[in-house]
Design a protein around this ligand. Structure first.
Ligand code: FES
Length: 127
Protein backbone atom coordinates (compact mmCIF):
# COMPACT_ATOMS: atom_id res chain seq x y z
CA UNK A 1 0.00 0.00 0.00
CA UNK A 2 1.34 3.44 -0.90
CA UNK A 3 0.43 6.73 0.67
CA UNK A 4 -1.03 9.41 -1.54
CA UNK A 5 1.43 12.30 -1.66
CA UNK A 6 0.18 15.42 0.08
CA UNK A 7 -0.74 18.32 -2.13
CA UNK A 8 1.91 21.00 -2.21
CA UNK A 9 1.44 24.72 -2.44
CA UNK A 10 3.57 27.77 -1.82
CA UNK A 11 3.34 30.29 0.98
CA UNK A 12 4.52 33.84 0.48
CA UNK A 13 5.15 35.89 3.62
CA UNK A 14 4.83 39.52 2.72
CA UNK A 15 6.13 42.20 5.11
CA UNK A 16 3.67 44.81 6.37
CA UNK A 17 3.62 48.10 4.47
CA UNK A 18 6.18 50.61 5.75
CA UNK A 19 5.06 52.15 8.99
CA UNK A 20 2.52 49.45 9.83
CA UNK A 21 3.08 47.06 12.69
CA UNK A 22 5.93 49.06 14.17
CA UNK A 23 4.30 49.18 17.62
CA UNK A 24 3.56 45.48 17.71
CA UNK A 25 7.01 44.60 16.43
CA UNK A 26 8.47 45.80 19.72
CA UNK A 27 5.80 44.23 21.93
CA UNK A 28 7.02 41.88 24.68
CA UNK A 29 6.99 38.22 23.73
CA UNK A 30 6.21 35.09 25.72
CA UNK A 31 9.17 32.99 26.91
CA UNK A 32 10.73 30.55 24.44
CA UNK A 33 9.73 32.67 21.46
CA UNK A 34 11.93 33.16 18.42
CA UNK A 35 11.10 36.66 17.13
CA UNK A 36 12.52 35.88 13.74
CA UNK A 37 9.81 37.25 11.53
CA UNK A 38 8.38 40.40 13.01
CA UNK A 39 11.06 42.77 11.81
CA UNK A 40 11.68 41.14 8.44
CA UNK A 41 11.22 43.56 5.60
CA UNK A 42 11.60 41.28 2.57
CA UNK A 43 9.15 38.89 0.98
CA UNK A 44 9.87 35.19 1.57
CA UNK A 45 8.42 32.14 -0.25
CA UNK A 46 8.53 28.51 0.80
CA UNK A 47 6.68 25.33 -0.18
CA UNK A 48 3.94 23.99 2.11
CA UNK A 49 2.12 20.69 2.26
CA UNK A 50 -1.65 20.65 2.59
CA UNK A 51 -1.47 18.30 5.58
CA UNK A 52 1.02 20.28 7.68
CA UNK A 53 0.50 23.70 9.29
CA UNK A 54 2.29 26.55 7.56
CA UNK A 55 4.48 27.46 10.55
CA UNK A 56 5.67 23.89 11.04
CA UNK A 57 6.53 23.62 7.35
CA UNK A 58 8.47 26.87 7.57
CA UNK A 59 10.47 25.64 10.58
CA UNK A 60 11.13 22.23 9.00
CA UNK A 61 12.54 23.96 5.94
CA UNK A 62 14.78 26.27 7.94
CA UNK A 63 12.96 29.37 6.75
CA UNK A 64 12.85 32.37 9.08
CA UNK A 65 9.85 34.39 7.99
CA UNK A 66 7.43 34.25 10.94
CA UNK A 67 7.83 34.40 14.71
CA UNK A 68 7.90 30.96 16.31
CA UNK A 69 6.52 30.23 19.75
CA UNK A 70 4.68 27.25 21.21
CA UNK A 71 3.78 25.78 17.79
CA UNK A 72 0.49 24.56 19.21
CA UNK A 73 -1.94 27.51 19.15
CA UNK A 74 -1.27 28.65 22.71
CA UNK A 75 0.89 31.78 22.56
CA UNK A 76 -0.38 33.73 19.55
CA UNK A 77 3.00 35.01 18.34
CA UNK A 78 2.62 33.33 14.94
CA UNK A 79 -0.56 35.24 14.10
CA UNK A 80 -0.93 36.23 10.45
CA UNK A 81 -3.50 37.69 8.12
CA UNK A 82 -4.11 35.66 4.99
CA UNK A 83 -4.20 38.10 2.07
CA UNK A 84 -4.68 35.61 -0.75
CA UNK A 85 -5.51 31.95 -1.03
CA UNK A 86 -7.78 29.26 0.34
CA UNK A 87 -7.09 27.65 3.68
CA UNK A 88 -8.53 25.86 6.67
CA UNK A 89 -7.65 26.35 10.30
CA UNK A 90 -7.32 23.81 13.04
CA UNK A 91 -8.82 24.63 16.43
CA UNK A 92 -7.59 28.05 17.67
CA UNK A 93 -8.12 29.96 20.90
CA UNK A 94 -10.54 32.91 20.55
CA UNK A 95 -8.14 34.72 22.87
CA UNK A 96 -5.75 34.98 19.92
CA UNK A 97 -8.20 35.04 17.00
CA UNK A 98 -11.78 36.18 17.58
CA UNK A 99 -14.63 35.14 15.29
CA UNK A 100 -14.60 38.59 13.64
CA UNK A 101 -10.83 38.37 13.08
CA UNK A 102 -11.19 34.86 11.69
CA UNK A 103 -13.72 36.23 9.20
CA UNK A 104 -11.17 38.93 8.25
CA UNK A 105 -8.56 36.31 7.42
CA UNK A 106 -6.56 36.28 10.66
CA UNK A 107 -5.20 32.95 11.81
CA UNK A 108 -2.42 31.37 13.81
CA UNK A 109 0.06 30.07 11.27
CA UNK A 110 0.77 27.04 13.46
CA UNK A 111 -2.92 26.10 12.95
CA UNK A 112 -3.16 27.14 9.29
CA UNK A 113 -3.47 24.54 6.53
CA UNK A 114 -3.05 25.64 2.90
CA UNK A 115 -5.69 24.66 0.36
CA UNK A 116 -4.09 26.73 -2.41
CA UNK A 117 -1.03 28.95 -2.76
CA UNK A 118 -1.12 31.48 0.09
CA UNK A 119 0.03 35.03 0.68
CA UNK A 120 0.16 35.99 4.35
CA UNK A 121 1.32 38.93 6.38
CA UNK A 122 2.68 38.63 9.94
CA UNK A 123 0.52 40.40 12.49
CA UNK A 124 2.95 41.73 15.06
CA UNK A 125 0.07 43.21 17.06
CA UNK A 126 -0.24 39.71 18.53
CA UNK A 127 -1.28 39.73 22.13
S1 FES B 1 3.43 29.46 17.75
FE1 FES B 1 2.23 29.76 19.55
S2 FES B 1 0.23 30.07 18.75
FE2 FES B 1 1.41 29.57 17.00
Amino acid sequence: MTDTPAERFSCTVRPPPDGEGADGADAPLPPNTLPIGRKRRVEVDFPVRADKPVLLEMVARGVTALDVGCRGGGCGVCRVQVIEGRYETQRMSKRHVSDDELADGYALSCRLLARSDLVVRPDPSTR
